[in-house]
Write a protein that binds this ligand. Structure first.
Ligand code: BG6
Length: 256
């Protein structure tokens, strides 16, 4: 029975890898919608993926926020081979509670891996004026450059409406998300089912275009309720690595 289950997961992995032209797919068993244990298993799989792919010249890891990335941080273990790995938050404030903020998660990953971290202190919901003056600040500018130079990016993907509500999005922006039929969200960008951006939260740090610059990009997202969101994001995330669960994977391959 175990063998059969394992080969089922492997089949899901290869199917998804081919369908979205991904570099690698890992599917853990179960559905994280209904089990915290499964979310931690995705976290464990993400940690081994991160470690495998850290190489000497590539040791800046940018991470996003969210409960899934918090699970990745929880599963982090000391990094013996690369003690000088540096964790940074991928983007500025995106309206999360403190335990789910990228800053918190990157500090925790560094602590548990015995590595280093740098934080980015940028408030949520920047006006154009505030944005311009903040990015002009030398210390922030230096931090943004460091973040953009990350060789590895580890990020979550969320259901669009769930994220918009969790961030206490203004009614104007909520309209944009709804009218644009957004189904998924990552890095503060909202995507429709074709993978097109319909709304974007203004903050500094990694922009979607930065992901193309030869970075190792690892998406960690699971649960059958996130299948639409994962599909939306993955359509334009070729060569990424996807760490997901059986719940999401089964839902994703249903339409193939
Ligand atoms: C947020 C990220 O912190 O976490 C989002 O900014 C991501 O881009 C979200 O979609 C995922 O959250 P969770 O809790 O579903 O892992």
């Amino acid at each position: 029975v175990v063998m059969k289950e394992v080969s089922g997961l492997r089949l899901l992995e290869t199917t998804l890898k081919e369908a979205f032209s991904l570099a690698e797919v890992v599917v853990v068993s179960g559905d994280s919608d209904s089990s915290l244990f499964v979310k931690n298993e995705m976290g464990r799989a993400a940690v081994s993926c991160i470690k495998e792919r850290l190489v000497d010249s590539k040791k800046i890891v940018a991470v996003t926020g969210g409960t899934t990335l918090a699970a990745v941080a929880n599963m982090m273990t000391p990094e013996i081979k690369h003690p000088d790995v540096l964790f940074v938050p991928a983007r500025g404030g995106l309206g999360e509670n403190v335990q789910n903020q990228a800053n918190t998660i990157c500090a925790k990953m560094a602590e548990k891996s015995m590595g280093q971290y740098r934080l980015l202190h940028v408030p949520d919901q920047l006006s154009d004026e505030a944005y311009k003056s903040i990015v002009g600040e030398p210390s922030i500018r230096e931090m943004i450059q460091l973040i953009k130079s990350a060789s590895m990016v580890v990020h979550g993907i969320g259901d669009a409406m769930t994220m918009a509500e969790r961030r206490r999005t203004s009614s104007e922006d909520l309209e944009k998300v709804k009218k644009g039929h957004a189904v998924g969200e990552a890095f503060g960008y909202y995507f429709n089912q074709k993978g097109e951006v319909v709304h974007k939260v203004k903050t500094v740090g990694i922009q979607l275009d930065d992901l193309k610059n030869n970075k190792c990009v690892i998406a960690v997202a699971g649960g059958s309720s996130k299948a639409k969101a994962i599909r939306a994001f993955m359509q334009q995330a070729h060569h990424s690595i996807l760490i997901t669960d059986e719940g999401a994977a089964k839902e994703l391959v249903r339409d193939f």
